[in-house]
Design a protein around this ligand. Structure first.
Ligand SMILES: Cc1cc2nc3c(=O)[nH]c(=O)nc-3n(C[C@H](O)[C@H](O)[C@H](O)COP(=O)(O)OP(=O)(O)OC[C@H]3O[C@@H](n4cnc5c(N)ncnc54)[C@H](O)[C@@H]3O)c2cc1C
Length: 458
């Protein structure tokens, strides 16, 4: 999960749009000539598309119909969904490239439904193992329970997907100029005619008819819309991706180990890679540590008396894949939390609903958001700002009952799994997990219907 620095950003600052648009007579003539040529060219190129795409570049302020802020899972999935429906967008990413490090994400059937709907499911499926079930153990290695996903739900599909490959696959469906790197959003405010005026860290300015904030948990766009900072939930996660050059030895299942105030998990990703995490209680997020040798040492110290598989896995983890993340979420209380859209600006993914990873649903929900929003926008985009605003409101109304309960549920599950009391943990390990837990109801939230987004050629 990328944690964007918001210290760079001074949102709500006063940018005078009039000063951007003020020109000398000579520059105005040059501007008008250029605009008419670009509009003529755009009209002639856009006869098959749902929206007339205008990429007008003036001396001072570029102009775009749709700007997506952030090239993470939400941003790229939104851009691909829109493109399939014939709407081009410009994706602004603060980093110099797509995120290349990092580990993997477990995607459940709802995530796969979306990936299929936007035409990338089969590219990804072939690269990642299908996970058949899960085994839960106590810290001494005793098996408490095992489940097979298909016994509970024949349509369930679970695979751990490398984030890097997911991002690259999504980006490969977009024209290369659709994602602009080193383009961090620094400021935004309402410009002329209901358009948004965006200023990037390098001083570039853009007017956008529609802004889609996909800029992650510390979203500057969400901040501009009045959302509070996400809240630390009291536990942190180490993560890594172990590499076995001669093939990994594990069954295709998720392995969980539950301790007291501490839990771990590992799951095969591919024939050579295995994702692992360790989640531990900590009263504060602690200092930000990025040195891989320190992170490995800290992670191993936590589970030094646990089954040796995990310790070996940590040893086999390349430096660039190990990280420590404080877990956060934000509860979207009705009437207290702002809606996900403001005018023609809207939020998607973690920018709107950061949730803890206890259900493995953050990225899955970001993917769901992307297709729902794209479908609603495409019908509205050529009918003016009011229709766009209505489409965004309708997206918020449809998605809120989905994402808010999941955020609460993920938080609740995390609190239970992080319990420290020996008595409570003993009840959990000896009664609740072996005798009471039913997997089917626990995975009901992975039901999500999603028709394919039909490809429209530009
Ligand atoms: C420990 C852990 C485990 C997880 N496991 C799972 C799992 O198994 N399954 C699952 O579904 N989810 C999981 N998640 C959640 C998942 O990682 C997130 O929900 C998902 O990454 C959200 O994607 P996003 O695109 O909304 O945000 P991000 O992935 O954070 O992407 C945001 C992008 O916006 C860019 N950006 C930020 N600010 C700016 C700016 N000012 N200008 C331009 N660009 C900007 C960033 O550089 C980044 O590229 C996990 C999360 C954690 C922390």
């Amino acid at each position: 999960m990328a944690i964007a620095s918001s210290s760079l950003l001074s949102l709500n600052s006063h940018i005078s749009s009039a000063s951007y648009l003020h020109r000398s007579p000579h520059r105005t003539r040059k501007f008008l000539r250029r605009q008419s040529w670009l509009l003529f060219r755009a009209r002639n190129h856009a006869t098959n598309s749902v929206s007339v795409f205008k990429a007008k570049v003036t001396d001072d302020v570029g102009e775009e119909d749709v700007v997506v802020v952030g090239a993470g899972i939400a941003g790229l999935a939104t851009a691909v969904s829109l493109q399939r429906l014939g709407v081009r967008s410009l994706v602004l990413e603060q980093a110099e490239s797509l995120r290349t490090g990092g580990t993997s994400l477990t995607l459940f059937k709802n995530g796969w439904r979306v990936l299929d709907a936007i035409g990338v499911g089969s590219d990804l499926r072939s690269q990642f193992l299908e996970i058949q079930g899960m085994v839960v153990k106590s810290e001494d290695g005793r098996e408490l329970r095992s489940f097979r996903f298909k016994d509970e739900d024949e349509s369930q599909e679970v695979r751990a997907v490398e984030r890097r490959i997911l991002l690259e696959t999504l980006a490969s469906k977009l024209p290369s100029e659709a994602v602009r790197f080193s383009s961090g959003l620094a400021k935004m405010e309402r410009g002329e005619n209901g358009k948004m005026l965006l200023e990037l860290v390098d001083g570039t300015r853009l007017l956008a008819k529609i802004v889609i904030g996909c800029d992650g948990i510390r979203s500057p766009v969400a901040k501009w819309m009045g959302f509070s900072e996400p809240k630390y939930v009291g536990h942190c996660a180490f993560r890594g991706l172990g590499f076995y050059a001669n093939g990994q030895p594990f069954e295709p299942q998720v392995n969980y180990v539950y301790g007291r105030g501490l839990r771990a998990g590992y799951v095969p990703v591919s024939p050579t890679k295995v994702y692992w995490f360790i989640c531990f209680n900590s009263p504060s997020p602690g200092p930000k540590t990025t040195d891989p040798s320190v992170l490995k040492k800290q992670a191993k110290e936590l589970v030094k008396n646990w089954p040796s598989d995990l310790l070996n896995l940590i040893d086999l983890t390349p430096d660039e894949t190990i990280s420590k993340t404080p877990l956060v979420d934000r509860w979207l209380w009705p009437a207290i939390s702002p809606p996900p859209s403001n005018g023609t600006t809207v939020l998607v993914g973690d920018a709107w609903h950061p949730m803890t990873p206890n259900l493995g649903q953050g990225a899955c929900c970001a993917l769901e958001d992307a297709v729902v929003l794209a479908r609603k926008l495409v019908n509205a985009i050529n009918s003016g700002p009011t229709s766009v605003e209505d489409a965004m409101k309708s997206y918020g109304i449809e998605r809120w009952p989905r994402v808010f309960p999941l955020t609460l549920r993920a938080n609740f599950v995390g609190s239970i799994l992080q319990w420290e009391s020996p008595v409570v943990c003993s009840v959990r390990n000896n009664i609740v997990i072996p005798k009471l837990v039913k997997l089917g109801p626990l995975l009901e939230h992975t039901n999500f219907d999603c028709e394919p987004l039909l490809q429209t050629n530009f």
